[in-house]
Ligand binder design. Structure first.
Ligand code: ADP
Ligand code: MG
Length: 359
């Protein structure tokens, strides 16, 4: 499926920014794609346009090369699961799951077979006669999933389907959704504002911000090579170091940061003298005098003062301050053999060029 310059402006009279702004995405057949972004970034609106419940202001949606913009929702052959279950309270589980089949005129015996198959798929065989209120939140959401896949759609859209569930249940259902994706072999487009959920579940993630796609890539791409400050800050934790460009060598930019020379990866070619921001992850930094497991000492070094030291069980978390006042977080795996740093202590930190990105 392809989204091309997809736009939506709910209030065309106002000068407010577009609610969905030139979203272009190539979604591969059979992939698990997650749209991740803060509240109000346009995720639901994009899903609603794909499903056919909202009309784009501009742009196109094509499935198998054919535009579906003019097609009514039921003819698009897309399943959808909402955050709030949206089950019919006065219908039994069986009737809820069978509803899309009834709408499509599937005869009764065939309907019963498909409903049983769908309930089996979500591990709820034997629950057909119950009403939604007789089920837990997690079970209701499984019924909603069964209803969304019972007519064998080519695409399943899910809008924060686990948002209302507690953490443990959410983690179990995350695994079930992955399994379901593997079983069905169809394309999933999954919406969440939870970056950890997105990282664990997805083949690829499209990060949304202010109605636009900030970056698309695999979880590793986004975590290791964020293309902009928004993505670096939204996915995982990041340090941001102000620096001035001094030169470029191949794909490596050489920058000056608090008087030190820092090398960073950079797809573009920033000009000498340009003020930039470098980003690096807390767990990729080490104290320079600690033991290095690895064949080479990383090239980037900076002098800092420890301003806060927290022992958090599996790791120690340090707040550091560079000479120019920049705050830096360093996370170190804990070991009884590693000396803890004290607040006020001066230290050198070091990290790899590969873990330093210009954003
Ligand atoms: P998300 O799902 O990422 O939280 P939404 O797609 O719901 O974001 O919202 C994107 C923007 O569109 C927001 O600014 C929101 O206020 C606006 N919006 C969403 N639905 C409507 C609607 N039905 N009418 C008017 N504005 C809407
Ligand atoms: Mg939403």
């Amino acid at each position: 499926m392809t989204l091309s310059d997809l736009e939506k402006t709910y209030d065309r009279a106002s000068a407010a920014p577009k609610d969905v702004d030139r979203v272009s995405l190539d979604i591969r057949s059979g992939e698990f794609l997650t749209m991740l972004g803060p509240s109000g970034s346009g995720k639901t609106t994009t899903l609603m346009m794909i499903a056919g419940f909202e009309t784009p202001t501009a742009g196109d949606i094509a499935i198998d090369g054919k535009s579906v913009v003019a097609m009514p929702p039921y003819r698009r052959n897309i399943g959808m699961v909402f955050q709030n279950y949206a089950l019919f309270p006065h219908l039994t589980v069986e009737e809820n799951v069978g509803f899309p089949l009834k709408q499509r005129g599937v005869p009764k015996p065939e309907r019963a077979r498909l409903v049983a198959e769908a309930l089996e798929l979500v591990h709820l065989p034997g629950y057909g006669a119950r009403y939604p209120r007789q089920l837990s939140g997690g079970q209701q959401q499984r019924v909603a999933v069964a209803r969304a896949v019972v007519f064998k759609p080519r695409l399943l859209l899910m809008d924060e389907p686990l948002g209302a569930l507690d953490k443990q249940l959410r983690e179990n259902l995350q695994l079930e959704m992955r399994r379901l994706h593997a079983d069905l072999g169809i394309t999933f487009i999954y919406v969440t504002h939870d970056q950890e959920e997105a990282l664990t579940m997805s083949d690829r993630i499209a990060v949304m911000n202010d109605g636009k796609v900030a970056q698309v890539g695999t979880p590793e791409d986004l975590y290791d090579r964020p293309e902009n400050r928004f993505v670096a800050g939204f996915i995982g934790e990041s340090n941001f170091l102000p620096a001035v460009v001094r030169g470029v060598e191949n794909d490596v930019v050489i920058a000056e940061c608090d008087g030190a020379v820092i090398r960073a990866l950079c797809p573009g070619r920033p000009a000498s003298g340009e003020k930039v921001t470098l980003t690096t992850r807390p767990e990729r930094l080490r104290f320079a005098d600690s033991a290095w497991i690895g064949e080479q000492m990383p090239q980037n070094c900076l002098s800092v003062t420890v301003t806060e030291a927290v022992f958090a069980g599996e790791r120690c978390r340090y707040m550091l301050q560079a000479g120019d006042g920049t705050s830096i977080v360093l996370k170190e795996p804990s070991s009884a053999a590693i000396r803890r740093r004290a607040v006020g202590e001066r230290a050198e930190i070091a990290w790899s060029v590969a873990d330093t990105i210009l954003v």
